[in-house]
Structures are given as structure tokens and as C-alpha cells.
Design a protein around this ligand. Structure first.
Ligand SMILES: NC(=O)c1ccc[n+]([C@@H]2O[C@H](COP(=O)([O-])OP(=O)(O)OC[C@H]3O[C@@H](n4cnc5c(N)ncnc54)[C@H](O)[C@@H]3O)[C@@H](O)[C@H]2O)c1
Length: 308
């Protein structure tokens, strides 16, 4: 028995990189897969190339699996709904939705264009809403389903990634909220933050932006929970293992969670907690916050790491 026999999955952006590996592993585990990819690139404005998704479908079929290609951009409502509908039309149901499509358009905030912002938010965040909403209608009716959203460690804070970070952390709030809404229907929703190999779509524009800022090749710095050692990339196949595991019955109790995966490591990222808390009867004022004892207790070790 394979882990996902009889299941139907949609993977967005499944033509390359992590999404491709997820589609391949879902199929290997018995799921019938809709391979969605418009055949664009990492920067979001490249022309579409249908052969990207078609090639993955061919690979799946060659390996004995079942898959169908679907070429719309999930950044539009029509495109995302068409990807979900393809599962219904081709395979009669949808059990698994992997919202993987994502692009990057790095720029320091003062140079970030409206298009940089809008494309990033549309492709990562809004697409996940459109696809999850369409899938949820079927999943609620059948009282089962799994959704995996794809976040990023950039959401912890990352130079030049204001648009991408906002989209990816937006996905986390979205994940937590809809996990609570859909749990009563037996539907689970989680998010992964992969650090993987940047594949062939790492574009000239991105390199140029980073080079201009003297950041090309630098180690990414973010605030991380101490257990994470995130500079080592995981193979897309290893990221896919986490995604696909979350789709299996072995993860039946896991929902509303945030996972990090890099190198050999997988980690559960904690829900936010207050570091310290205190109360001022009657409410807070500037003077009360400025009291030496309060200041020391609340803010004493909250160091400013960024301002020169
Ligand atoms: N690679 C990493 O280290 C890394 C790190 C953090 C997060 N992520 C996230 O993981 C996901 C996959 O990343 P990857 O490195 O495999 O990317 P990739 O660029 O190799 O592949 C992404 C695929 O998505 C497709 N795509 C882009 N926009 C689309 C759209 N509107 N509709 C349909 N398909 C679209 C592209 O054509 C491409 O084939 C993304 O969401 C990315 O933000 C990746």
C-alpha cells in the first residue's frame, strides 16, 4: 500500500524546484496529481512556457504515476480556481492542495515598485487564498482534506524582501486562521518554510539587485529560534518529504502549524509568545513605561540590532 492511494492532489508551481519534487513524491505515493505551472520564472514577469508542467507530467507517467498538466497563473482568481477545477474534472475530487507557487522581487523599500509588491503578494499570498477557497468548498463537502502552504524564513526578516516577507508571513496568519475554521470538517492546514536550492529560475535581475546592494552571496541574516541552523539548503526532494508527510494520515493530528526545513533539519516553529509581560493598573503612559525598573525589566535586553 502506498501512503496516498486514491487521493487527488493539486500542486501549484509544480513545474520546477520544490513543487516539482512535491508533485513527483505525491504521485509516487499513489496520489493523482494536477501539475499546475504557467512556466514563468522566479521574477514573475517571464513569459509562460507550457512545456515546464508538461515535462513533469511526463516524468510522473514514465514512473508509473497519474498526472495532468494545468497551465494557468494562480495569481488570478480564474487561474487558481481553474487549477482546482482541473482536479475535479480529471480525477473527480480534491484531497490535497499544495500552495507552492512563489516568486521573489527583491528591492530595498525606497526602490520597491508597486509591481514588485503586487506581484509578490499576488503569486504567494492571494493565489493561496483563491486556491484554498476553491478547494475548501469540495473538502468541506467531503469532510476531509489537507492544505500545505509555502512560507519562507524571509518572513523572519530579510534584507530586500519587504514584499516577499509580507506575503509569506501573511500566509502564516492565513494558515493559522483557516486551520481553526476547517478543523471541524476534518481538514488540516499547515505551512512549511523551506531553505532549498535555488533552481534555474534564479534570475539575472535578482543577482543584479543584490550585487548593487553589496549583498550578493552573503549569508542571509534573520532572527531565528536558537535550534535552527538555516544556512544549509535541503534538496527539493527532502522538502517534498515533509510536505507529503503532512498530507498523509500519519499527520492526522497536525494542523495550524509552522515547520522549518533546511539541510538535515526539520523544526516546529513556535507560535509567538510574549517574552515578558507586566501590568500597570489603570493603563500605560509614557511616564510609566519610562520608570527605570519597568524599563530595565521590559526592555533591558531588547537590543537594537539594526540601526547604525
Ligand atoms: N528555494 C528556496 O530556498 C525557498 C526558500 C523559501 C521559500 N521558498 C518557496 O518555495 C516555493 C517554491 O520555490 P522554488 O525555489 O522551488 O521556486 P522555483 O522558481 O524553482 O519554482 C517555482 C515555480 O512556480 C511557477 N510559478 C511562478 N508563478 C506562478 C503562478 N503565478 N502560477 C503558477 N505557477 C507559477 C514557476 O513557473 C516555477 O516553475 C516558493 O513559494 C518559494 O517562495 C523557496
Amino acid at each position: 500500500m502506498k501512503r496516498l492511494d486514491g487521493k487527488v492532489a493539486v500542486v501549484t508551481g509544480a513545474g520546477r524546484g520544490i513543487g516539482r519534487a512535491e508533485a513527483m513524491l505525491l504521485a509516487e505515493q499513489g496520489a493523482k496529481v494536477v501539475v499546475n505551472d504557467l512556466g514563468g520564472g522566479a521574477y514573475g514577469t517571464e513569459a509562460g512556457d507550457a512545456s515546464v508542467a508538461d515535462a513533469v507530467v511526463r516524468e510522473i507517467k514514465d514512473a508509473g504515476g497519474e498526472a495532468v498538466a494545468q497551465h494557468s497563473s494562480v495569481a488570478t482568481r480564474e487561474g487558481a480556481e481553474a487549477a482546482v477545477q482541473e482536479a475535479i474534472d480529471s480525477f473527480g475530487r480534491i484531497d490535497i492542495l499544495v500552495n507552492n507557487a512563489g516568486i521573489v522581487r527583491p528591492a530595498r523599500i525606497d526602490r520597491m515598485t508597486d509591481l514588485d509588491w503586487q506581484l509578490c503578494v499576488d503569486v504567494s499570498l492571494t493565489s493561496s487564498f483563491y486556491a484554498a477557497r476553491a478547494a475548501a468548498k469540495h473538502m468541506i463537502a467531503q469532510r476531509s482534506g489537507v492544505i500545505v502552504n509555502t512560507g519562507s524564513t524571509s518572513g523572519f526578516g530579510h534584507w530586500g524582501m519587504g514584499n516577499y516577507s509580507a506575503a509569506k508571513e501573511g500566509l502564516l496568519g492565513f494558515t493559522r486562521s483557516i486551520a481553526r475554521e476547517l478543523g471541524e470538517f476534518g481538514i488540516r492546514v499547515n505551512m512549511i518554510r523551506p531553505v532549498s536550492h535555488i533552481t534555474g529560475t534564479h534570475t539575472k535581475e535578482i543577482d543584479e539587485t543584490l550585487a548593487e546592494a553589496g549583498r550578493l552571496g552573503q549569508t542571509i541574516v534573520w532572527n531565528k529560534p536558537v535550534t535552527m541552523t538555516p544556512t544549509i539548503a535541503a534538496l527539493p526532494e527532502h522538502v517534498a518529504a515533509l510536505t507529503v508527510w503532512l498530507c498523509t494520515d500519519a499527520a492526522a493530528h497536525v494542523s495550524g502549524r509552522d515547520f522549518f526545513i533546511a539541510g538535515d533539519e526539520v523544526a516546529v516553529v513556535p507560535e509567538p509568545e510574549a517574552i515578558r509581560t507586566t501590568f500597570n493598573p489603570g493603563g500605560w503612559t509614557l511616564d510609566a513605561l519610562d520608570e527605570p525598573a519597568t524599563r530595565e525589566y521590559l526592555f533591558g535586553d531588547v537590543k537594537n540590532r539594526y540601526v547604525k
